[in-house]
Design a protein around this ligand. Structure first.
Ligand SMILES: *[C@@H]1O[C@H](CO)[C@@H](O)[C@H](O)[C@H]1NC(C)=O
Ligand SMILES: *[C@@H]1O[C@H](CO)[C@@H](O)[C@H](O)[C@H]1NC(C)=O
Ligand SMILES: *[C@@H]1O[C@H](CO)[C@@H](O)[C@H](O)[C@H]1NC(C)=O
Ligand SMILES: *[C@@H]1O[C@H](CO)[C@@H](O)[C@H](O)[C@H]1NC(C)=O
Ligand SMILES: *[C@@H]1O[C@H](CO)[C@@H](O)[C@H](O)[C@H]1NC(C)=O
Length: 818
């Protein structure tokens, strides 16, 4: 037996787990929504597996074809706001899963019933039924919870088929209501009963009493009675005994004050605990309240109200006064002396309320949306039990006076002063709050930072949003219990520190004027768990860098990140999320920038130095400079008059000891290449029979340039002296820079004899070409030299023997080099 039970239990657990896993797919419903499609018929192409079909707000008058549309999974069908006149439930015969059927707001006046076993919600309200459409089949719809009906008359036998059903809500709309048989409603068995009267009809008191005897929660809409209160029937004491309602809501259409008072007194003496009256208008002939006696009990009103009863909470919403001569003082007295827990008078233009004369039972007072001023409850010590006081949307102006109002409310925990006219009056230093106050709402006022001088010491949660606070002053009294502070929508320019609120856990500072929040926030506020700082006009610049770091370190304490944090200040970054805002570390860190720049400079200098030392860059630069100069000169001074004279590009002068270099290096290198350089060399081109000096002069005169190969040997050579002399001479006479010096070996200055002024000067000016020892540099050397001597020689030579010899030698030398 034991093992069987355990298997059974196991199976149940297994199945329930399985069921839980299936549920999500069950939730995934297919919805076909044809609401407001101007349909006149039920469409044919509805998807077969539709779960929810919304055909509301159309002009459908016929639903018989619904029978032929196969929708086996249909659970919800909304046919409200159509033009259906006849209802035959058999059209739903194939929709056996139907749970929710809304046929409200049609013109149905007749119905043919059929069982719909799974139906939970059936709404036939706002139709044109004359008698209640409650048929026998409803009695076996055991899942039914909600039943909406409309009718013109209610007879005692009407609910006989549903008496045994335990309903949740019955909704009755009574258009053109003509007949009510007393005690008919009491046959119903429902938790909630809602009754809507037609707009132009007097309601029936029997219905009200019976409704209160039928369900615990009764709501009556559009309560109106335009006859005199003298016609009002008094309920019997027996009837009053049957009342079981605890919650009653009356929405008034049009009711005289005396009629309402009648209802009010009935309710007061009943089981009702919560009474809500909406749209109450004081109207009609008013008699003095003190004179008024409740008919069946004949007790004076005031005495009745202050006596203990079931009544706990009274709510009056949207109250208007159309009576002019009437003692308001009396009315206030009536309310203030009520022996109930909670009193709400909402949206009543009420300018004042009296302090109760003896210790009041009020724990909750809600006077939201009135015209109350600073004079309310001043010096009032009878509200000692009051825990919650809601005074938002009134006309309070002085925070100091508000604090004095609370000072004697020993139990007050929560005070809502939002949306008033509170502003700083300069009297903030004189504030006296009750010690019990832990939650205070001062939002939507005109308070500035001096509000911090007038706050309850034990405050736990403080709402200051939507005020004019520009900073949180230093040196304010410490609020040690403060855990939650809302400063949203103020004018703060930075995050406040937590000097005065060491225990702060939640801070809201959204929608302020914070451009660049300071980064030391979490250090100064160690207990903060949540910071809401979004929707500020963040300026995305270097200063924000610290805040972004703060975000990364905060471990998710920044609420609303990243959506609410957007660059606002600069045009080009508008709407960029802070998350995506990247700044160059370098651009933001001045020391880093300095160090980097210095390092870069150092490296550059080092590289330059390295190049200079190891690769002789300076040498290359000098060579390149000389080459460009040579090119430039060649361009500028076209040797016009000398065309006929010039036969050679250059005359080469050298010392015998350097002849090896000249023959092996200089000549082959100059004569090769496309330029076809013609050289005059004394060994090769000297004319026999002429003196050496004559030959040299001849050679120099026929050459465009004179190349001197300088070495210590050369400097001492006699011939060279001559040669130099001529060249020197030519240099000055023709003002042309015809000298090219090649320094084969370095010449220490002391080696040059003192009389060679010109040579010394030339050497000092460093206008010579150095013969590089490294092979790699030689190409540039030759290019430079070639550039220095390159010139276009005249092509037509006179046929004299010297020239023929020259051309022959040059043509002879060429193959040798190639
Ligand atoms: C169908 O659409 C209307 C608005 O067009 C909407 O009010 C209604 O809730 C939708 N119905 C369902 C079942 O979603
Ligand atoms: C729907 O019915 C309303 C009221 O009867 C009518 O005014 C309107 O013209 C009808 N619309 C269509 C599309 O039939
Ligand atoms: C029709 O009823 C369904 C089910 O409650 C609801 O979701 C839908 O919003 C209703 N349609 C309209 C237009 O109210
Ligand atoms: C309420 O209805 C009953 C029965 O129809 C009728 O006798 C009675 O006068 C009605 N009362 C009011 C106040 O209309
Ligand atoms: C005050 O009463 C109004 C009207 O009943 C209600 O809407 C509001 O929520 C109440 N306020 C509080 C804070 O309970």
């Amino acid at each position: 037996m034991g093992s069987l039970t355990s298997i059974y239990v196991f199976a149940c657990v297994f199945l329930s787990i399985l069921w839980n896993n299936i549920q999500p797919t069950v939730e995934n419903k297919i919805i076909a929504n044809y609401s407001g499609h101007l349909l006149t018929k039920v469409p044919k192409n509805i998807p077969v597996h539709t779960h929810v079909l919304d055909l509301s707000h159309n002009n459908i008058s016929e639903i018989t074809n619904l029978k032929f549309i196969y929708l086996p999974d249909l659970q919800v069908l909304n046919l409200s706001h159509n033009l259906i006149t006849e209802l035959d439930f058999s059209v739903f015969i194939f929709n056996q899963d139907l749970e929710y059927l809304d046929l409200s707001h049609n013109n149905i006046w007749t119905a043919y019933c059929q069982m719909l076993a799974r139906l939970r919600h059936l709404d036939l309200s706002f139709n044109k039924f004359t008698v209640l459409p409650v048929c026998q089949e409803f009695g076996i719809m055991f899942h039914l919870e909600y039943l909406g009906l409309s009718t013109r008359m209610i007879r005692r036998s009407d609910f006989r088929y549903v008496t045994h059903l335990q309903l949740n809500t019955v909704f009755l709309t009574l258009e053109d209501f003509s007949l009510y048989e007393p005690l008919s409603l009491t046959a119903l068995n429902t938790k909630n009963l809602h009754i809507v009267f037609a707009a132009d009809q007097n309601f029936n008191f029997s219905l009200l009493y019976d409704g209160m005897s039928t369900s615990e929660k009764l709501k009556i809409f559009n309560l109106r009675y335009t006859l005199s209160h003298k016609d009002l029937p008094s309920p019997s004491l027996k009837l009053l005994k049957n009342i079981k309602a605890t919650d009653l809501m009356l929405e008034i259409g049009d009711l005289q004050w005396t009629i309402l008072l009648q209802i009010f007194l009935l309710v007061w003496d009943s089981t009702v605990e919560h009474l809500t009256v909406r749209n109450l208008i004081f109207r009609g002939p008013v008699m003095e309240l003190t004179e008024y006696k409740f008919a069946p009990l004949l007790r004076p009103l005031e005495q009745l109200l202050s006596l203990g009863s079931s009544m706990k909470a009274l709510t009056l919403e949207h109250v208007r006064n159309k009576v002019y001569y009437f003692n308001q003082e009396h009315l206030y007295r009536l309310f203030s002396e009520m022996n109930i827990d909670s009193l709400t008078i909402y949206d009543a233009c009420m300018p004042h309320m009296l302090c109760p004369q003896k210790t009041s039972s009020f724990q909750y007072i809600n006077f939201s949306r009135n015209a109350l001023t600073d004079e309310l409850f001043q010096n009032c010590d009878t509200l000692a039990n009051l825990k919650l006081l809601i005074l938002n949307r009134n006309k309070f102006k002085s925070l100091s006076k508000v604090s004095f109002m609370t000072s004697r409310m020993k139990s007050l925990r929560y005070l809502d002063m939002s949306s008033n006219l509170l502003r700083n009056s300069g009297a903030e230093k004189r504030c006296q709050w009750t010690d019990s106050l832990s939650e205070l709402d001062l939002s939507s006022n005109q308070l500035t930072e001096s509000v911090f001088e007038c706050l309850p010491v034990n405050i736990n949660k403080l709402d200051l949003q939507n005020n004019q606070i520009a900073s949180v002053p230093t040196g304010i009294a410490e609020l040690q219990s403060l855990k939650e502070l809302n400063l949203a929508s103020n004018r703060l320019a930075d995050l406040p520190g937590c000097r005065a609120f060491a225990g702060l856990e939640i801070l809201n500072i959204e929608r302020n004027l914070i451009l660049t929040p300071s980064a030391d926030f979490f250090e100064s506020c160690p207990s903060v768990k949540e910071l809401q700082a979004g929707q500020n006009p963040f300026k995305c610049s270097c200063e924000l860098q610290d805040f972004l770091r703060l975000q990364r370190q905060s471990g998710g304490k920044l609420s609303g990140w990243p959506e609410a944090y957007v660059c606002k200040y600069q045009e080009e970054l508008m709407r960029t999320q802070l998350k995506d805002f990247r700044l160059n570390e370098l651009a933001c860190n001045t020391t880093l920038t300095f160090v980097t720049v210095s390092l870069l400079t150092l490296v550059l200098v080092a590289v330059v130095a390295f190049l200079c030392i190891y690769l002789d860059v300076l040498w290359y630069v000098r060579m390149l400079w000389q080459w460009t100069q040579a090119k430039r000169r060649a361009w500028h001074d076209c040797p016009e008059g000398r065309e006929t004279v010039l036969q050679f590009h250059a005359f080469i002068s050298y010392r015998e000891r350097d002849s090896l270099w000249v023959k092996n290096e200089l000549i082959p290198n100059l004569e090769k290449g496309e330029g076809c350089i013609q050289l005059c060399q004394h060994e090769r081109n000297f004319i026999p029979g002429k003196s050496i000096v004559e030959n040299i002069i001849n050679c120099i005169e026929k050459s465009y340039k004179s190349i001197f190969v300088l070495s210590p040997n050369f400097v001492q050579s006699e011939w060279c002296h001559y040669e130099l002399y001529f060249a020197h001479h030519k240099l000055f006479s023709e003002n042309s820079n015809s000298l090219v010096l090649i320094l084969l070996e370095p010449i220490p200055p002391y080696v040059i004899p003192a009389r060679y002024h010109k040579l010394k000067a030339l050497m000092a000016k460093r206008t010579y070409l150095e013969w590089p020892k490294e092979r790699s540099k030689r190409a540039l050397f030759w290019a430079n030299l070639r550039a220095a001597i390159s010139i276009k020689l005249p092509t037509s030579f006179e046929t004299d023997e010297e020239q023929s010899e020259v051309t022959s030698t040059s043509s002879m030398t060429q193959p040798l080099i190639k």
